[in-house]
Ligand binder design. Structure first.
Ligand code: FMN
Length: 194
């Protein structure tokens, strides 16, 4: 088992103290094909068990999927309103999709993540193509997909953090810590000015 990064306890603490559903939304930035940043809100789906890796789900028909396939760097920006702290978590994104080999552990995790979704969340994956021009004939009243078998365009997205910038607004002065992971998977932390 990988030892948990030192920022994990601060993040778990923030999640515990900000228990509203919207505390599980954060922004995920990726790099567009043109080199321009692209940013959107997504839902935190938990950590990969016993690791620092963050789970997100998405649709392989979305823009971010192609962006990540081309450039895997991404950054999460997560603000917790109750405790007034921000985590910026940068790292590499891994796409776990229908083409991920079946003997890859993440493939099983993709199946389980699909099975754990609500029916309304699963339905969105069989809606007409996201981001395409709306057509009045498009059918959004489709039958629910198989709850056991992910549809082809269901993608599990995993962020493998390499840098974390934790800013706490509470306190005077505020507190800010920069965490960094080296090539041997060891984390270091430096306290910096806010
Ligand atoms: C509160 C909220 C939660 C969202 N959660 C997700 C999510 O978990 N995964 C996802 O792909 N899109 C989610 N979206 C939609 C994205 O913000 C975005 O509109 C969509 O993924 C298309 O982005 P893209 O074209 O950059 O790929 C969410 C939007 C909101 C407002």
């Amino acid at each position: 088992m990988v030892s948990l990064a030192p920022w994990r306890s601060s993040l778990s603490h923030a999640l515990h103290r900000n228990r509203k559903p919207f505390a599980r939304y954060f922004q995920l930035a990726t790099i567009g094909m043109d080199g321009i940043p692209a940013n959107r809100t997504v839902v935190f789906r938990g950590f990969v068990d016993g690791t620092n890796q963050i789970k997100i789900i998405t649709d392989s028909r979305s823009q971010k999927y192609d962006q990540i396939r081309t450039r895997s760097h991404g950054e999460i920006c997560w603000y917790f309103t109750d405790t007034r702290e921000q985590f910026r978590i940068a790292g590499k994104l891994i796409l776990v999709d229908k083409d991920t080999p079946t003997d890859d552990d993440f493939k099983l995790l993709r199946d389980r993540t699909w099975q754990d979704l609500s029916e309304s969340a699963r339905l969105q994956f069989i809606w007409p193509n996201p981001g395409k021009k709306r057509n009045p004939n498009d059918d959004f009243t489709v039958d629910p997909p198989n709850p056991n078998q992910p549809v082809d365009n269901f993608c599990l997205l995993i962020l493998n953090p390499l840098k974390v910038d934790h800013l706490q607004l509470r306190g005077n002065p505020q507190n800010r810590y920069l965490y960094e992971c080296d090539e041997f998977n060891n984390w270091s932390v430096v306290e910096v000015n806010p």
